[in-house]
Design a protein around this ligand. Sequence first.
Ligand code: FES
Length: 92
Amino acid sequence: MYKVNLMPAGAQFEVAAHQTLLQGALSAGIPFPNRCQIGACATCLCRLIEGDVHYHLEPMLTEQEKEHGWIFACQAIPSSDLVVSFEESDDY
Ligand code: FES
């Protein structure tokens, strides 16, 4: 189980080791934005502030987007405790 802190609302939930960030949020009752759940619509896009995630299938993100921490919650599997935000960074 990894702990996830969702900013700016400050919601917290746990994600089991095999679950995606989105699955963990939804099973905790968090209304996490999503549509396709297959990495195609970008509705679940959010920014990783702290921690690490990995993917079974790398989503299509530009180098710049990766640098700014954008991840696909429906595809990202936590590798550590995370802090995630829906806000863009100041320098983006
Ligand atoms: S829900 Fe569509 S890309 Fe994640």
